[in-house]
Design a protein around this ligand. Structure first.
Ligand code: SF4
Ligand code: SF4
Length: 413
């Protein structure tokens, strides 16, 4: 039984994790970005007061872990205020950042406000690839930020998203992390949602690349032991069973988008026919316990065959609803990563294509406001293929409020 104030007439447990995507503005343009492809539809970001109210509601319900992410959360000038309030409420607070904008002045203020943990992302061990993948010149800045994180006595937690273009540098990435004094390194292979799905042909590594990378990672792990803890997350596509996505729909995690839309996972807004309310319209506890969107895929009663009668259903709960929708068109299907799914051939086909040379004629798409808007317009005009169409919310259309999204200038450390 989790702690917190439950609604009276329910057996549903309260959330433990609250992920606050406090802004979709970001100075980087990563090709694998996990933000929704149609993020430039976003209208008005929640105000400081509204965010603090969300945190209060979440804490009252029992949430204990708070993730502050984006976009780039440092682009919000009120980040320190949000952290301070989160701390007072008793959350354990993790900042998920590209590091851009983390000056000494700000890290000091964040430390004083009670920030517990910083997770810093790198794109690669080389300046060229790091800067290419994010379409910025940020490699040297990130190195300075890593020094500041050490100086302010935070555990050094580095994250590098792996894919076809950088996975062969895994040895160099780990050497770089070691030289920076990293305590934890998360090497998360790209999962193919959002911008990464658009760029899947260029980003899905081959089986050989993955096997080599795993071997290198194990050598480092054997040598470094607990001195630098390594987490290596395989891409779903190379497994024949899906992951227990979000540890169950509406079970532990709740995500609040920058405009207050409340979701069971950070990409669920693309699922068709689902309405996810905004915190501006409904209280968080009603959304969690009572809203049709949060109840739609809770538990197992929604399952169809082969999941419905599968003896393994408790292991993975049928996998990821968003992946099922992206690849099969029906979110209630088994995740096609599963080899019992009638659509598993789609995954096999992508894996087979990954062993072929990259088709350089196909352009890689960087996460930018202008591309988000362009893609939304193409979708509206019927110019996208079926699988790309599925990456967009039914009714998404570009917002006019350009100032609320996109690149911003930030203070350089
Ligand atoms: S563009 Fe990169 S840094 Fe910015 S939100 Fe996306 S993944 Fe994170
Ligand atoms: S059939 Fe469904 S429940 Fe069974 S292993 Fe596959 S995804 Fe999981």
């Amino acid at each position: 039984m989790r702690k917190g104030v439950k609604m009276a007439d329910t057996n549903i447990e309260p959330p433990l994790w609250l992920l606050a995507e406090i802004t979709y503005r970001c100075p980087l343009h990563c090709v694998f970005c996990y933000n929704p492809v149609d993020y430039a539809k976003q209208h008005k970001e929640l105000s400081t007061k509204e965010w603090i109210d969300v945190l209060r509601q979440g804490r009252r319900m029992g949430a204990a872990q708070l993730g502050l992410s984006g976009g780039e959360p440092l682009l919000r000038n009120d980040l320190e205020e949000i952290v301070e309030e989160g701390r007072k409420l008793g959350y354990y607070i993790n900042l998920i950042t590209s590091g851009i904008g983390l000056t000494e002045k700000r890290i000091k203020r964040l430390k004083d406000a009670g920030l517990d943990h910083i997770q810093l992302s790198f794109q690669d061990s080389t300046k060229e690839m790091n800067d290419f993948l994010s379409s910025t010149k940020t490699f040297d800045l990130k190195k300075k930020v890593a020094e500041l994180i050490k100086k302010y006595d935070y555990p050094m937690v580095l994250n590098c998203v792996l894919h076809k273009l950088n996975i062969d540098h895994i040895g160099e990435i780990l050497t770089m992390a070691e030289s920076m004094g990293a305590d934890y390194v998360e090497l998360a292979n790209t999962q193919f949602y959002s911008w990464a799905k658009l760029n899947r042909d260029q980003l899905l590594p081959s089986k050989e690349q993955l096997e080599r990378a795993e071997k290198t990672m194990k050598k480092f792990r054997d040598r470094l032991g607990n001195r630098m803890k390594l987490f290596f997350i395989m891409p779903d596509y190379y497994s024949n069973r899906p992951k227990k996505c979000m540890n169950g729909w509406g079970n532990i995690f709740v995500t609040i988008q920058s405009d207050g839309t409340v979701l069971p996972c950070h990409v669920a807004s693309m699922l068709p026919g689902m309405e996810f309310p905004s915190i501006r319209e409904k209280p968080l506890d009603w959304i969690w316990y009572k809203s049709p969107g949060f109840n739609k895929f809770r538990g197992k009663s929604w399952m169809k065959e082969p999941c419905k009668s599968c003896p393994e259903q408790n292991e993975d709960l049928g996998g990821c609803r968003c992946q099922a929708y992206m690849l099969t068109g029906d979110p209630a299907n088994a995740d096609p990563v599963c080899d019992k799914s009638e659509h598993h051939a789609k995954v096999i086909e992508a894996v087979e294509d990954a062993s072929k040379p990259i088709n350089n004629e196909k352009k890689i798409i960087f996460r930018t406001d202008s591309d988000s808007r362009k893609l939304m317009n193409q979708k509206i005009n019927g110019g996208l293929d079926l699988e790309k169409n599925r990456l967009f919310e039914d009714s998404s259309s570009p917002s006019d409020e350009k100032s609320r999204v996109g690149s911003s200038s930030v203070e350089i450390p």
